[in-house]
Design a protein around this ligand. Structure first.
Ligand SMILES: [Zn+2]
Length: 402
């Protein structure tokens, strides 16, 4: 057939019509969106220390919603508390807030993530807080408001959608949630975003004292995931004079791999005098300029002042939940030493976005971030995963979907 201009027009019209016809899938539609199952599997904490993996229908995806196929989710200390005691009174609840996955479907109104990056099906995402009607929570509003008062997926009361937590194979991100396109990070890094944001925030809080500098001597007390990530964040800032303090030699060895210059095992010292002398020794005869307190033990808070020089600073971030009262001597510990004390809890949205860059930097300078994830369990073994976490057998325990 000879193509005259009228023919060309007709063909073009036909092609355009077929593209606009909603019944015919466009050739560019990703395969993933066609493979969405009818039901999702959600691990619900249905009683203390017990999850049931339940099956729920995958709901309609509204114009502002995003359906995500979950790839993995870390187990947080908060999950451990919920598992053991349900302090928030949420049972039955779909837990898991350190999750990440791939967009498989999204509403027509969804165009960009919370940082202004375009979003499309196939992108890898994480969520942060869910906006309510709180004008104080804004994207680049550093230190003004942390997410402490906001809702997050994985800590929501159950509703008739049920796909509210990341310990699942699908989660429905609803309109008004903060969501970030993190397709340029690998799965392990994405699983670590949430805990890392806690440390990016803590270090931002610490910087407000004006004491953290290139050659500052810094003590990090507590070498669980939080303390270890603290060391990593400090290293990406060029701080190298770090002494790690813990009672577990394995964790102290990891702290050194993460970039601590020296370590002090408190089990080897009797009494706070001997311990603070050991910290001083580790700094070549100096007390610390700054200290990060990363344990939830009241005695650790009481002790840490003794490691800090006059005019030095302290960031307390270990008490994520109420761990009881700690005793200090206001005269010796605070006043006469003129200590600059900041507290830190969770993070702001801006810290969350900064964390993506931190993770790339940490990788670039060769920090062993991925080794923080010591155990990976499939969703069906979530009870076992939590028991492993409670037994403190590893560092970060993650649920990773097949
Ligand atoms: Zn967490």
């Amino acid at each position: 057939m000879e193509m005259n201009s009228a023919n060309v027009e007709a063909v073009v019209k036909q092609v355009l019509e077929s593209m606009l016809d909603k019944n015919i899938p466009s050739p560019s539609a990703p395969a993933a969106s066609q493979a969405i199952p009818k039901t999702a599997h959600v691990a619900m904490l249905t009683s203390l220390e017990h999850y049931d993996v339940k099956e729920f229908p995958i709901p309609e995806v509204g114009d502002g919603d995003i359906l995500v196929k979950v790839e993995g989710c870390g187990i947080c200390g908060t999950d451990a508390h919920e598992f053991k005691k349900d302090p928030f009174g949420l049972i039955p609840v779909a837990l898991g807030h350190e999750g990440t996955g791939e967009i498989v479907k999204m509403g027509k109104n969804v165009k960009m993530d919370s940082a202004g990056k375009p979003l499309k099906v196939g992108d890898k995402v994480v969520t942060c807080m869910i906006f309510k009607d709180d004008p104080d929570i804004e994207m680049f509003d550093l230190n003004k408001k942390n997410v402490g008062g906001a809702d997050v997926y994985g800590l929501l009361p159950d509703d008739d959608i049920h796909l509210n937590g990341w310990f699942s194979d699908y989660i429905l991100i609803r309109e008004g949630s903060s969501v970030f396109n993190v397709s340029d990070l690998d799965l392990d890094s994405r699983i670590l975003i949430e805990p890392c944001a806690v440390l990016v925030h803590a270090v931002e809080r610490a910087k407000t004292t004006g004491i953290l500098r290139f050659n500052s001597r810094v003590v990090v007390q507590g070498c669980g995931p939080i303390g270890l990530i603290c060391i990593a964040v400090l290293r990406t800032m060029g701080i190298e004079n770090i002494v790690a303090v813990d009672g577990n030699q394995q964790r102290l060895d990891f702290a050194k791999r993460m970039g601590a210059d020296k370590s002090v095992n408190f089990m080897e010292y009797k009494g706070i005098e001997a311990l603070s002398a050991a910290v001083k020794d580790a700094f070549g005869g100096h007390l610390a300029d700054f200290a990060f307190q990363c344990t939830g033990a009241p005695a650790a808070h009481s002790n840490i002042y003794k490691f800090i020089r006059n005019g030095g600073g302290l960031c307390e971030l270990g008490f994520f939940i109420n761990g009881g009262d700690a005793t200090i001597n206001p005269h010796f510990d605070l006043c006469s030493k003129e200590i600059n004390l900041v507290g830190s809890w969770v993070y702001t949205l801006r810290d969350y976005a900064t964390t993506f860059d931190f993770l790339k930097r940490a990788q670039a300078i060769g920090l062993p971030m991925k080794d923080l994830i010591t155990h990976r369990f499939p969703l069906e073994e979530i009870n076992e995963a939590h028991r492993t976490n409670l037994a403190q057998k590893g560092l970060k325990i993650a649920i990773v979907n097949k």
